[in-house]
Every structure is written in structure tokens, then in C-alpha cells.
Ligand binder design. Structure first.
Ligand code: URA
Length: 228
């Protein structure tokens, strides 16, 4: 890649700004001063700016605890988007999958397109655990109903794991991600959802991440996700 792309990706400004800055203040690569933004570098190049070594970070991975009122998109005309909550200069970060506007919880955000694709592929059966509150008391056989395929009209669900907390609160773990799936499954047993939060996505769990907060994934988490 070009040196100006390397530096732009690492947050040193736009390519235009970098071109100007290089003229005034050349960087050092392999001990040589470089002024030209088109100079070829690669992901292993170390670029020195004012004696500070800069290495290239190709992918970023964040776990966000999505708040209600945010859309899982890059831009939206009506609502704020989850990307507004992430402070990064990268323009290629995207949410992995979607949570509804009024759903909270675990959302992976990355620019690793291969991982994104793999985690969303139905072949991979990524587990997603939801905390659910409902309007009416849950039937005693809710677990049995969810463990069987449910015909929701446009698709039939895979077996899901239900854990009751009390008669209006429960956890449901699914391995699919169809549109409004959890809400539709509870609706189908006569219990409309009043509150929904995703507790975990694959190996990523919210733990003490506050609503609206995010953190970078650890190297171990990234490796585990990649080996899913
Ligand atoms: N299922 C839903 O109904 N909504 C979500 O946001 C996620 C899963």
C-alpha cells in the first residue's frame, strides 16, 4: 500500500493532510527520510514519526453494549447509529449483524470482513443469549415449545435453549439471527416482549460493560472467534 494510506488508516489525518505534513516533516523508513505519500510500504513496515515507531494495525475489534435508540448501521436518516459510539478514525468498521432499535446488548464491531461473514453465516451456528422480559406470565411449557422447531411463517426455527428466571423473565439462546427472531418466538407463545438485551454473542459476554460503553477485544478473544 502507499505510505499515505498506511498513515491515514493509523489516524494521522486525511491523505491530503498527510501529503502536506510529509513535505514539512519526512518520516523515517528503514533509516531513510521519506517525503512522498506514494512511497510503497506493507503491513510489516515500521514508520518512524519524530522517533516514534508506528506499526500498521489491520483490524480492529470492539464489543459494544448497545443502548436502546441506536440503529445498527453506518448511517441513518432518523436515529443515531451505533458507530457514533465508537471513537475510531477508521471508516471501515461495521456492526456484525443487527439488534433492533429498542434492543440493548452485546454487539461486535470490526473491520475484519472475513470474520464478520463467518460469524453471520448460518453454517456456523453462533450462539446468542438474550435476556427477555415479557408482558404476560410465561407458560410452564415455554422451554418445550422453544426446544422444538417453531413455524414462524417465513421460516422454521432451530431448537433454542430457554431458561426461566421467574414468570415474566427468562434467557433464550438461539443459533440463528432472523429478523425480530426472539420477539417473534415469544409472540408465538403468547408473550410479547417488553425488554430485550443480548447477554452474549459467541464467546463475548457483556459482564460489567455498561450500556453505551465498549471495549477492545483481547487477542485471546479474537483468536477464539476466528476458530469458531
Ligand atoms: N431478536 C429480536 O427480536 N430482536 C433483536 O434485536 C435481536 C434478536
Amino acid at each position: 500500500m502507499r505510505l499515505d494510506k498506511f498513515l491515514a488508516d493509523m489516524g494521522f489525518g486525511t491523505r491530503k493532510e498527510i501529503k502536506k505534513a510529509l513535505k514539512k516533516n519526512p518520516v523515517l523508513i528503514d533509516g531513510r527520510p521519506i517525503k512522498d505519500g506514494s512511497y510503497p510500504v506493507d503491513e510489516d513496515t515500521i514508520v518512524y514519526i519524530d522517533d516514534q515507531p508506528i506499526s500498521y494495525i489491520k483490524y480492529e475489534y470492539y464489543l459494544l453494549n448497545k443502548p436502546q435508540g441506536y440503529v445498527c448501521a453506518i448511517t441513518d436518516n432518523r436515529y443515531p447509529v451505533v458507530m457514533d459510539l465508537i471513537e475510531s478514525w477508521r471508516h471501515d468498521l461495521v456492526p456484525v449483524g443487527r439488534l433492533d432499535l429498542d434492543t440493548e446488548g452485546a454487539l461486535l464491531i470490526t473491520n475484519d470482513g472475513d470474520l464478520n461473514h463467518r460469524l453471520l453465516s448460518p453454517k456456523h451456528h453462533v450462539q446468542k443469549k438474550y435476556y427477555v422480559e415479557v408482558e404476560k406470565p410465561l407458560p410452564a411449557n415455554a422451554g418445550d415449545q422453544f426446544s422444538q422447531p417453531m413455524d414462524l411463517g417465513d421460516f422454521v426455527t432451530q431448537p433454542a435453549v430457554f431458561e426461566a428466571i421467574d414468570d415474566t423473565r427468562a434467557y433464550l439462546t438461539i443459533t440463528e439471527g432472523k429478523f425480530h427472531q426472539v420477539k417473534r418466538m415469544f409472540e408465538a407463545i403468547g408473550c410479547p416482549v417488553t425488554y430485550l438485551r443480548r447477554e452474549s454473542f459467541s464467546i463475548l459476554t457483556l459482564e460489567d460493560l455498561e450500556t453505551g460503553q465498549y471495549r477492545a477485544l483481547t487477542a485471546n478473544e479474537i483468536e477464539l472467534l476466528q476458530n469458531q
